[in-house]
Design a protein around this ligand. Structure first.
Ligand code: SF4
Ligand code: SF4
Length: 709
């Protein structure tokens, strides 16, 4: 280009352009490499985490959640902004390398981008830079003026990172501006020289800047050209090296975080990866006590969090004012890592986390509902970390008072109530029930194809026993040859494991596995989603397991179950998704299909349903734990049902039933709101063929509904 020197040809007062830019490159790249290496130090000292299996599934996660930005539209404004920014960055990647290289090699042309392809690509990047610039301006205005509530940081969780976020957004805006100015000054110079002018996309930022520069002198254009390039270089490398000090580090780490994300839902990480249950006695200490006890993947989570607040916005513990907000579990740990693993000097580590970084209540407040993980666009994990922190506390003998009794009872009697084993099947022995639906105990003398695994709440809680009887009647009605383990069944240990008591869980699991295998059953059915999740994910080598809602849905299809119309057509039903049926096992449609098959039943959805369902407060042994909170989760849930216009809440979990029925009383909604389990409702509405009535010479089969009795 004549009349306007290329950036490399300008000789500033100290060095030639090329030398200066080369120096900036070297400093920037070396600085970035050093910073990243230092950030990797804690990961190298962390616990193992086996995340190198199933590469195709992992690439699929990157494509879905990274490239396709799958979860972002769940928050419309922020999500769409992010999609535009991300798409803009993707388009600008090649351009960024090109711009960096021309500083030291002015005639460089990106392979494949000469001629027409290069022109097309330039048009795309002009618009991309414009879109990213505008998105940055909108994002800054949003952060500073509209201040979405989920970005706020309550005092108890530390300081807000608003200034950091705004600074980084502004830097990206400057980068886009500098890049556009660089193109604009070059095009304006070409125009003034009567040379072929590089085409700029109409109404793009470079195009508008070129119009502004059109009347500038050549020497001014030269200065703008050089200045814009220098600004671009300095901003680019400053951003690169500054990002690992704050929330923008996720730009570098998030694709790795997605690749190494957990592949299985409903599972809990082992105490130590690579250590089998038989060798656990050789593990010095269980769980996470110090920062270095986290796995490297969990540390990568800390680096990858974008501080968007979506996890906390959906966390029921946070919503009811418990001292837990998942976002801060992550950001506090990241700040800790930055502080204790400094860029220069020795790391200062091995401080206990509980009492310093996290409070006990904070960690016990989690119900393991999974709402945070479901929402996180970067697949940051929480449940495993919380369970690991609990394991650490349990290992130190740090058990909340209210949980000591149920845990002892689980150890001695196999149920949290401390009731006798021989009473475990009392629900099935009620005289009236036995006459209509005798239930076999699979004790070696009796055999059946299907095992109904009842679990503790349904077995011992007087109210929940009705769910057990309803389940048995459904299985009987569809002609299932089934039985129960009776006294040989112990608690599934699902809550025990999530509470962090791994040794007790293993004892319960091993006992149940032996009993189930001895029963000879080929299939397991349960009406308790916690037992369902345990049998499916925490136990191994068992026959296939189904939740009763799946059985009912499939028997509806087969025609073995038919429904009578609802008695009261004015009732409005809503379905509450239990966390361990919905989010953890993706069973959303079967229960809804069952409800929709009942003639005359009106059903509405609550504002938070399916994968955004709001936990009733019963998971992770929380039924026996009394946290500090402003309102019960169940009460909030019951109010959501009322707001949706429902007066009957249907659920499919005895834990939910305990909490929701209790919440109806606490909320003063008795008489206005009722709750019923899906199995109970099915049993109530099932169309039965009454016993064959023989009349003189004819055989009549009467159809009747239990509801009509
Ligand atoms: S699992 Fe549920 S209760 Fe626990 S932190 Fe996540 S959203 Fe909150
Ligand atoms: S963990 Fe995920 S959802 Fe929560 S603030 Fe970080 S990026 Fe957002």
């Amino acid at each position: 280009m004549e009349g306007i020197q290329l950036a490399t040809q300008v000789t500033p007062w100290l060095a030639s352009g090329r030398t200066l830019f080369l120096l900036i490159h070297l400093l920037g790249i070396t600085g970035f490499a050093y910073i990243v290496a230092m950030r990797l130090v804690p990961l190298l000292r962390a616990q193992r985490d086996l995340r190198f299996d199933r590469p195709l599934a992992r690439v699929g996660k990157v494509l879905k959640f990274g490239l396709a930005q799958w979860k972002h539209p769940r928050y419309r404004v922020a999500g769409i902004l992010h999609i535009f920014i991300f798409a803009g960055f993707i388009c600008l990647v090649i351009r960024a390398f090109y711009v960096l290289i021309v500083g030291v090699s002015e005639n460089f042309v990106m392979p494949g981008l000469s001629g027409e392809a290069g022109h097309v690509y330039n048009i795309i990047t002009d618009y991309s830079a414009t879109v990213v610039f505008l998105c940055m301006v909108i994002a800054i205005v949003r952060r500073l003026v509209f201040k979405p509530a989920r970005y706020a940081v309550p005092e108890k969780f530390g300081k807000a990172h608003t200034a950091d976020a705004v600074f980084l957004l502004a830097l990206i805006a400057v980068l886009m501006l500098a890049d556009s100015l660089f193109s604009a000054a070059r095009a304006a110079g070409q125009a003034q020289q009567g040379q072929t002018v590089e085409v700029l996309a109409a109404w793009s930022l470079p195009w508008m800047l070129k119009s502004l520069l059109a009347s500038s002198s050549l020497s001014a254009l030269k200065d703008v050209y050089f200045g814009a390039y220098l600004l671009h270089e300095v901003t680019f490398y400053f951003l690169l090296c500054y990002r690992p000090f704050g929330i923008q580090f996720h730009v570098e780490t998030s694709l790795f975080n997605l690749y190494f994300a957990k592949l299985e839902r409903g599972t809990v990480k082992p105490v130590r990866y690579g250590v089998s249950d038989e060798h656990l006695d050789q593990v010095k200490s269980f769980g996470v006590k110090t920062f270095e006890d986290f796995t490297w993947k969990h540390m990568l989570d800390f680096y990858s969090c974008a501080d968007c607040g979506r996890c906390s916005d959906n966390c029921p513990a946070n919503a009811v004012g418990r001292p837990l907000s998942p976002r801060f579990i992550t950001t506090k740990a990241r700040d800790y890592a930055f502080q204790h693993y400094p860029m220069f000097g020795k790391s200062t580590n091995h401080q206990p986390l509980i009492g310093n970084l996290y409070s006990e209540d904070e960690i016990w407040s989690c119900t393991t509902c999974g709402a945070c993980e479901e929402e996180c666009p970067l697949l940051v994990e929480y449940i495993d970390k919380i369970v690991d922190l609990r394991r650490g506390m349990i290992d130190d003998g740090n058990v909340p008072q209210s949980l000591q009794k149920p845990l002892k009872a689980l150890e001695s009697r196999g149920n949290p109530y401390g009731k006798l084993e021989k009473k475990r099947a009392d629900w099935a022995n009620a005289k009236e029930f036995r006459q209509t639906c005798p239930v076999k105990t699979l004790d070696g003398k009796n055999h059946a194809d299907t095992l109904y695994f009842v679990d503790s709440v349904t077995s011992y809680d007087d109210r929940m026993q009705s769910i057990g009887r309803a389940t048995a009647k459904i299985l009987d009605h569809v002609g299932e040859n089934f039985g129960i383990l009776g006294a040989a069944e112990k608690d599934s240990g699902h809550e025990v494991r999530r509470f962090g008591e791994e040794t007790l869980f293993m004892a319960l699991r091993d006992h149940n596995v032996d009993a189930i295998k001895a029963s000879g059953a080929k299939r397991i059915v349960t009406a308790d989603p916690h037992a369902f999740n345990a049998l499916k994910h925490d136990y191994k080598d068992l026959p296939p397991v189904e939740h009763i809602s799946q059985v009912i849905a499939s028997e509806l299809k087969s025609g073995k179950i038919k429904f009578n119309a609802v008695e009261n057509v004015d009732d409005v039903y809503t379905y509450h998704d239990p966390c361990y049926l919905g989010r953890h096992n993706q069973i959303y449609d079967d229960p809804r299909n069952v409800l929709d098959a009942i003639p005359g039943l009106k059903r509405v959805e609550m504002s938070r349903s399916r994968d955004r369902s709001f936990c009733c407060g019963g998971g992770g042994l929380a039924m026996f734990y009394e946290p500090k909170e402003e309102e019960r989760m169940g009460v909030k849930r019951v109010r959501m049902a009322a707001e949706a216009g429902a007066n009957v809440i249907v659920t499919a979990c005895p834990f939910c039933m305990v909490n929701i029925e209790d919440a109806i009383k606490v909320a003063g909604m008795e008489g206005k709101m009722t709750a019923i389990d899906l199995a109970e409702l099915t049993e109530k509405q099932m169309m039965r063929e009454s016993p064959v009535v023989e009349t003189k010479g004819t055989v009549e089969i009467q159809q009747e509904s239990v509801a009509g009795r």
